[in-house]
Ligand binder design. Structure first.
Ligand code: FO1
Length: 328
């Protein structure tokens, strides 16, 4: 069995390749749920849905999230009523959230509900929510008066009266378009959460564990914050392979590079190695970073250089095969 630690878009692209390299029934993805959000009374699980729709070949290829060919009648009706529609929920996507919310209200767990949804889409891989408990990524935004040092920041806040403020992940990522500097990130509820059903078994029983090229801070970070998961990974570090989401110092999509810098990490494959070296023995980097392979190895990880830009499912399948070769 291959177990993949997954966030949203980057992980979905890798999984699309993985199920072309090995039977989908051999693949289990442990998926971040700290992006989940309750909107209009509905429980939305963006990373679970992004992986589901992408693997079902029904995802919106432009955005990477939501369904292709969506209509927006419900959002338009909501706006007419003065409701907030900044988080775009398409008419068909709403069916997923109606089902999930109704089943949760009936007492079903998120893992069983996710299995119902993947079965309905005819998927054979297993998606496991990292936990069934509430964990929410919260972003503390840096004061906008541009102060940088803690002392200046303290003075700045007193002077401008602008305390740094905390917002939910989707408000940061979507409403603010992740265009604001972040001072700190926390995963509310993580320390009290339990790994979801099947999660620790999926880590213990896997022939290889792959950390997908998702955002190390806000997609993989929450997984590692669920008690038990990081420990399980450390115990099998030797056959765990991480794929860098940073290529030539930048994220292919989303704010991973900026977030890493704002939180004191180096936004490079070396910075990624420092984050993952305790839980994975190998880091896969893109050919653009071949010159940094020695620097990655100096951080204590083996470094594999290959094409990691998954421009097509076939490239993702080649990357998956390379990952599985390395881990043997
Ligand atoms: N991302 C956006 O940038 N804008 C949106 O309006 C938006 C809506 C949305 C609806 C359902 C869903 O499953 C994902 C959605 N996303 C949207 C992506 C979402 O913010 C994800 O959390 C990110 O892709 C990070 O994983």
């Amino acid at each position: 069995m291959i177990t993949v630690l997954a966030g949203g878009v980057g992980a979905a692209r890798l999984l699309r390749g993985m199920v072309r390299a090995v039977p989908a029934s051999d693949v289990t993805a442990i998926v971040n749920t700290a992006d989940d959000v309750i909107l209009h009374g509905l429980h939305v699980s963006p990373d679970l849905d992004t992986v589901t729709y992408t693997l079902a070949e029904a995802g919106n290829p432009e955005t990477g999230w939501g369904l292709a060919g969506e209509t927006w009648q419900a959002m338009d009706a909501l706006e007419r009523l003065g409701g907030s529609a900044w988080f775009r929920l398409g008419d068909r996507d709403l069916g997923t959230h109606l089902h999930r919310t109704g089943r949760l209200a009936a007492g079903a767990g998120l893992t069983a509900i996710t299995a119902e949804i993947t079965a309905a889409w005819g998927l054979e891989l297993t998606l496991l929510p990292m936990t069934e408990d509430r964990v929410a990524t919260m972003m503390t935004l840096a004061p906008t008066d541009g102060t940088r040092t803690p002392a200046d920041r303290q003075a700045g806040e007193e002077a401008s009266g602008q305390a740094s403020r905390e917002v939910g992940f989707q408000e940061y990522f979507v409403r603010l378009g992740h265009s604001v500097a972040v001072e700190s990130v926390r995963f509310d509820g993580a320390s009290e959460s339990l790994p979801g059903p099947g999660v620790l078994d999926a880590l213990a029983d896997a022939d290889v564990v792959v950390i997908a090229p998702s955002n190390p801070i806000v997609s993989i970070g929450p997984l590692l914050a669920v008690p038990g998961i990081a420990e399980a990974l450390r115990s099998r570090r030797a056959d765990t392979v991480a794929v860098s989401p940073i290529v030539a110092g930048a994220a292919l999509k989303g704010p991973a590079d900026r977030l890493m810098r704002e939180l004191g990490h180096e936004a490079s494959v070396v910075g990624v190695a420092r984050i993952y070296r305790d839980i994975a023995a190998t880091l896969v980097v893109d050919t653009a970073d071949a010159g940094l392979a020695a620097a990655v190895e100096a951080e204590g990880m083996a470094c594999v250089v290959t094409d990691t830009i998954m421009s097509s499912p076939e490239v993702a399948a080649d990357l998956s095969r390379r990952i599985l070769e390395v881990s043997r």
